[in-house]
Design a protein around this ligand. Structure first.
Ligand SMILES: C[S@@+](CC[C@H](N)C(=O)[O-])C[C@H]1O[C@@H](n2cnc3c(N)ncnc32)[C@H](O)[C@@H]1O
Length: 231
Protein backbone atom coordinates (compact mmCIF):
# COMPACT_ATOMS: atom_id res chain seq x y z
CA UNK A 1 0.00 0.00 0.00
CA UNK A 2 1.50 3.36 -0.99
CA UNK A 3 2.49 5.53 1.91
CA UNK A 4 1.67 9.20 1.61
CA UNK A 5 4.69 11.32 2.38
CA UNK A 6 4.74 15.03 3.00
CA UNK A 7 6.65 16.94 0.31
CA UNK A 8 10.16 17.78 1.41
CA UNK A 9 10.49 21.44 2.28
CA UNK A 10 12.56 23.28 -0.25
CA UNK A 11 13.11 26.86 -1.36
CA UNK A 12 14.25 25.79 -4.83
CA UNK A 13 12.21 26.92 -7.83
CA UNK A 14 11.06 25.41 -10.09
CA UNK A 15 10.36 22.24 -8.11
CA UNK A 16 9.81 19.91 -11.05
CA UNK A 17 10.87 20.73 -14.62
CA UNK A 18 13.37 23.50 -15.29
CA UNK A 19 11.06 24.88 -17.95
CA UNK A 20 8.12 25.09 -15.50
CA UNK A 21 9.01 28.49 -14.09
CA UNK A 22 6.35 29.74 -11.69
CA UNK A 23 5.09 33.29 -12.28
CA UNK A 24 7.29 35.71 -10.35
CA UNK A 25 4.34 37.16 -8.34
CA UNK A 26 3.42 33.67 -7.10
CA UNK A 27 6.83 33.46 -5.40
CA UNK A 28 7.64 37.03 -4.38
CA UNK A 29 5.42 39.44 -2.42
CA UNK A 30 5.22 42.67 -4.47
CA UNK A 31 5.05 44.71 -1.25
CA UNK A 32 8.56 43.69 -0.15
CA UNK A 33 11.87 44.37 -1.91
CA UNK A 34 13.66 41.67 -3.89
CA UNK A 35 17.45 41.31 -4.02
CA UNK A 36 19.25 38.83 -6.26
CA UNK A 37 22.64 37.15 -5.76
CA UNK A 38 23.88 36.17 -9.23
CA UNK A 39 26.08 33.06 -9.10
CA UNK A 40 25.53 32.66 -5.36
CA UNK A 41 27.98 29.74 -5.13
CA UNK A 42 27.82 28.08 -1.72
CA UNK A 43 25.59 30.83 -0.36
CA UNK A 44 27.58 32.35 2.49
CA UNK A 45 26.72 35.95 1.51
CA UNK A 46 23.13 35.14 0.56
CA UNK A 47 22.35 33.39 3.84
CA UNK A 48 24.02 36.02 6.04
CA UNK A 49 22.28 38.84 4.19
CA UNK A 50 18.89 37.12 4.36
CA UNK A 51 19.23 36.40 8.08
CA UNK A 52 20.11 40.04 8.76
CA UNK A 53 17.25 41.44 6.62
CA UNK A 54 14.14 39.33 7.21
CA UNK A 55 11.89 41.86 5.46
CA UNK A 56 13.80 41.61 2.19
CA UNK A 57 13.17 38.72 -0.21
CA UNK A 58 16.30 37.08 -1.66
CA UNK A 59 16.82 35.05 -4.80
CA UNK A 60 20.03 33.10 -5.31
CA UNK A 61 20.81 32.13 -8.91
CA UNK A 62 23.26 29.25 -9.28
CA UNK A 63 23.71 26.75 -12.07
CA UNK A 64 25.48 24.03 -10.05
CA UNK A 65 22.96 21.60 -8.58
CA UNK A 66 25.09 20.43 -5.64
CA UNK A 67 25.62 24.01 -4.51
CA UNK A 68 21.90 24.75 -4.77
CA UNK A 69 21.03 21.65 -2.73
CA UNK A 70 23.55 22.55 -0.06
CA UNK A 71 22.20 26.09 0.34
CA UNK A 72 18.65 24.72 0.36
CA UNK A 73 19.50 22.44 3.30
CA UNK A 74 21.05 25.35 5.17
CA UNK A 75 17.98 27.52 4.50
CA UNK A 76 15.74 24.80 5.97
CA UNK A 77 18.03 24.24 8.96
CA UNK A 78 18.21 27.98 9.63
CA UNK A 79 14.44 28.41 9.30
CA UNK A 80 14.88 31.23 6.77
CA UNK A 81 11.64 32.06 4.99
CA UNK A 82 12.91 34.90 2.80
CA UNK A 83 15.24 32.93 0.49
CA UNK A 84 14.51 31.29 -2.84
CA UNK A 85 16.98 29.54 -5.10
CA UNK A 86 16.84 28.98 -8.80
CA UNK A 87 19.08 26.49 -10.55
CA UNK A 88 19.33 28.11 -13.95
CA UNK A 89 21.69 30.07 -16.12
CA UNK A 90 21.75 33.66 -14.86
CA UNK A 91 21.11 35.43 -18.18
CA UNK A 92 18.16 33.12 -18.86
CA UNK A 93 16.78 33.78 -15.38
CA UNK A 94 16.97 37.54 -15.77
CA UNK A 95 15.40 37.38 -19.20
CA UNK A 96 12.59 34.90 -18.62
CA UNK A 97 11.87 34.88 -14.89
CA UNK A 98 12.42 38.37 -13.54
CA UNK A 99 9.84 40.96 -14.63
CA UNK A 100 10.89 44.44 -15.68
CA UNK A 101 11.89 46.75 -12.82
CA UNK A 102 11.30 44.13 -10.11
CA UNK A 103 14.68 43.99 -8.36
CA UNK A 104 16.11 46.41 -5.81
CA UNK A 105 19.66 45.11 -5.93
CA UNK A 106 21.75 42.63 -7.91
CA UNK A 107 24.89 41.26 -6.31
CA UNK A 108 27.57 39.97 -8.64
CA UNK A 109 30.34 38.71 -6.42
CA UNK A 110 33.41 36.95 -7.78
CA UNK A 111 31.93 36.01 -11.16
CA UNK A 112 33.93 33.37 -13.03
CA UNK A 113 36.72 35.47 -14.63
CA UNK A 114 37.58 33.28 -17.65
CA UNK A 115 41.05 34.84 -17.66
CA UNK A 116 42.24 33.63 -21.09
CA UNK A 117 41.41 36.15 -23.83
CA UNK A 118 39.92 33.48 -26.07
CA UNK A 119 37.52 32.58 -23.25
CA UNK A 120 36.34 36.13 -22.55
CA UNK A 121 33.21 35.46 -24.60
CA UNK A 122 32.14 33.03 -21.85
CA UNK A 123 32.05 35.80 -19.27
CA UNK A 124 28.61 36.58 -17.89
CA UNK A 125 29.05 40.34 -17.97
CA UNK A 126 28.58 41.73 -21.48
CA UNK A 127 26.39 44.29 -23.25
CA UNK A 128 23.29 42.10 -23.18
CA UNK A 129 23.79 41.34 -19.48
CA UNK A 130 24.02 45.10 -18.77
CA UNK A 131 20.76 45.65 -20.61
CA UNK A 132 19.09 42.83 -18.70
CA UNK A 133 20.32 44.19 -15.36
CA UNK A 134 19.16 47.73 -16.14
CA UNK A 135 15.73 46.61 -17.35
CA UNK A 136 15.14 44.34 -14.33
CA UNK A 137 16.25 46.90 -11.73
CA UNK A 138 13.75 49.24 -10.15
CA UNK A 139 14.58 52.84 -11.05
CA UNK A 140 17.29 53.71 -8.54
CA UNK A 141 18.05 50.03 -7.93
CA UNK A 142 21.69 48.97 -7.79
CA UNK A 143 24.17 46.40 -8.98
CA UNK A 144 26.99 45.69 -6.56
CA UNK A 145 30.11 43.97 -7.87
CA UNK A 146 33.17 42.54 -6.15
CA UNK A 147 36.01 40.41 -7.48
CA UNK A 148 39.69 39.60 -7.07
CA UNK A 149 40.20 39.69 -10.85
CA UNK A 150 41.49 43.17 -11.64
CA UNK A 151 41.23 42.96 -15.46
CA UNK A 152 37.64 41.72 -15.41
CA UNK A 153 36.80 44.35 -12.79
CA UNK A 154 38.28 47.13 -14.96
CA UNK A 155 36.23 45.95 -17.96
CA UNK A 156 32.98 45.82 -15.96
CA UNK A 157 33.53 49.16 -14.22
CA UNK A 158 34.53 50.91 -17.46
CA UNK A 159 31.48 49.56 -19.32
CA UNK A 160 29.07 50.60 -16.54
CA UNK A 161 30.67 54.05 -16.16
CA UNK A 162 30.32 54.64 -19.91
CA UNK A 163 26.69 53.46 -19.96
CA UNK A 164 24.32 56.41 -19.46
CA UNK A 165 21.72 54.10 -17.94
CA UNK A 166 23.89 53.76 -14.83
CA UNK A 167 25.58 56.09 -12.36
CA UNK A 168 28.28 55.17 -9.87
CA UNK A 169 27.43 54.74 -6.18
CA UNK A 170 29.67 53.53 -3.35
CA UNK A 171 30.29 49.81 -3.03
CA UNK A 172 28.38 48.46 -0.04
CA UNK A 173 30.22 47.71 3.16
CA UNK A 174 29.84 44.05 4.08
CA UNK A 175 30.26 42.47 7.48
CA UNK A 176 32.71 39.61 7.97
CA UNK A 177 29.72 37.18 7.87
CA UNK A 178 28.73 38.65 4.50
CA UNK A 179 32.08 37.91 2.88
CA UNK A 180 31.52 35.22 0.27
CA UNK A 181 32.97 31.70 0.28
CA UNK A 182 35.31 32.49 -2.61
CA UNK A 183 36.26 35.81 -1.07
CA UNK A 184 37.49 34.06 2.09
CA UNK A 185 39.82 31.94 -0.05
CA UNK A 186 41.14 34.93 -1.99
CA UNK A 187 41.60 37.00 1.17
CA UNK A 188 43.55 34.14 2.76
CA UNK A 189 45.83 34.28 -0.30
CA UNK A 190 46.28 38.05 0.27
CA UNK A 191 44.78 38.78 -3.16
CA UNK A 192 43.41 42.29 -3.67
CA UNK A 193 39.61 42.53 -3.57
CA UNK A 194 37.98 45.33 -5.57
CA UNK A 195 34.35 46.43 -5.52
CA UNK A 196 32.05 48.98 -7.09
CA UNK A 197 28.36 49.87 -7.20
CA UNK A 198 26.15 51.37 -9.90
CA UNK A 199 22.59 52.68 -9.74
CA UNK A 200 20.04 52.34 -12.55
CA UNK A 201 18.86 55.71 -13.81
CA UNK A 202 15.15 55.79 -14.72
CA UNK A 203 14.31 55.69 -18.43
CA UNK A 204 12.58 59.06 -18.00
CA UNK A 205 15.97 60.57 -17.10
CA UNK A 206 17.57 59.32 -20.31
CA UNK A 207 17.49 61.49 -23.39
CA UNK A 208 15.84 59.74 -26.37
CA UNK A 209 19.02 60.56 -28.32
CA UNK A 210 21.07 58.58 -25.79
CA UNK A 211 18.79 55.56 -26.07
CA UNK A 212 19.00 55.84 -29.87
CA UNK A 213 22.81 56.02 -29.70
CA UNK A 214 22.94 52.89 -27.53
CA UNK A 215 20.77 51.10 -30.06
CA UNK A 216 23.02 52.31 -32.87
CA UNK A 217 26.09 51.04 -30.97
CA UNK A 218 24.56 47.60 -31.01
CA UNK A 219 23.36 47.34 -27.40
CA UNK A 220 20.80 44.61 -27.97
CA UNK A 221 17.16 45.36 -27.41
CA UNK A 222 15.18 42.82 -25.43
CA UNK A 223 12.40 40.82 -27.02
CA UNK A 224 8.93 41.37 -25.51
CA UNK A 225 8.55 39.59 -22.18
CA UNK A 226 5.78 37.04 -21.65
CA UNK A 227 4.16 39.37 -19.10
CA UNK A 228 4.35 42.41 -21.37
CA UNK A 229 2.47 41.05 -24.38
CA UNK A 230 2.98 42.12 -27.98
CA UNK A 231 -0.32 43.70 -28.97
C1 LIG B 1 33.63 31.98 -8.64
S1 LIG B 1 32.11 31.43 -8.07
C2 LIG B 1 31.61 32.69 -6.91
C3 LIG B 1 30.48 32.23 -6.02
C4 LIG B 1 30.02 33.24 -4.97
N1 LIG B 1 29.46 34.43 -5.57
C5 LIG B 1 31.18 33.57 -4.06
O1 LIG B 1 31.72 34.67 -4.20
O2 LIG B 1 31.54 32.73 -3.24
C6 LIG B 1 31.01 31.75 -9.42
C7 LIG B 1 29.69 31.04 -9.25
O3 LIG B 1 28.81 31.46 -10.27
C8 LIG B 1 28.18 30.34 -10.85
N2 LIG B 1 27.91 30.73 -12.23
C9 LIG B 1 28.80 31.08 -13.17
N3 LIG B 1 28.22 31.43 -14.31
C10 LIG B 1 26.88 31.28 -14.11
C11 LIG B 1 25.74 31.47 -14.92
N4 LIG B 1 25.86 31.90 -16.19
N5 LIG B 1 24.52 31.23 -14.39
C12 LIG B 1 24.39 30.80 -13.11
N6 LIG B 1 25.44 30.60 -12.28
C13 LIG B 1 26.67 30.83 -12.77
C14 LIG B 1 29.19 29.22 -10.73
O4 LIG B 1 28.60 27.94 -10.78
C15 LIG B 1 29.83 29.53 -9.38
O5 LIG B 1 29.14 28.90 -8.32
Amino acid sequence: MPVATAPTATCVIPQTHLTDLPPFPSVFDPARPVEVDIGCGKGRFLLARAAANPNVQYLGIERLLLRVRKIDRRVQRGGLTNVHLIRLEAGYTLRYFLPSHSVRCFYLFFPDPWPKRRHHKRRLFDALFRTLVWSRLEPGGEIQIATDHLDYFADMEKALAADPRFEAVPAIARTREEQTDFELIFRAQQLPIVACGFRARPASALAPALLARLAAEGVPALPPQPDEGTS
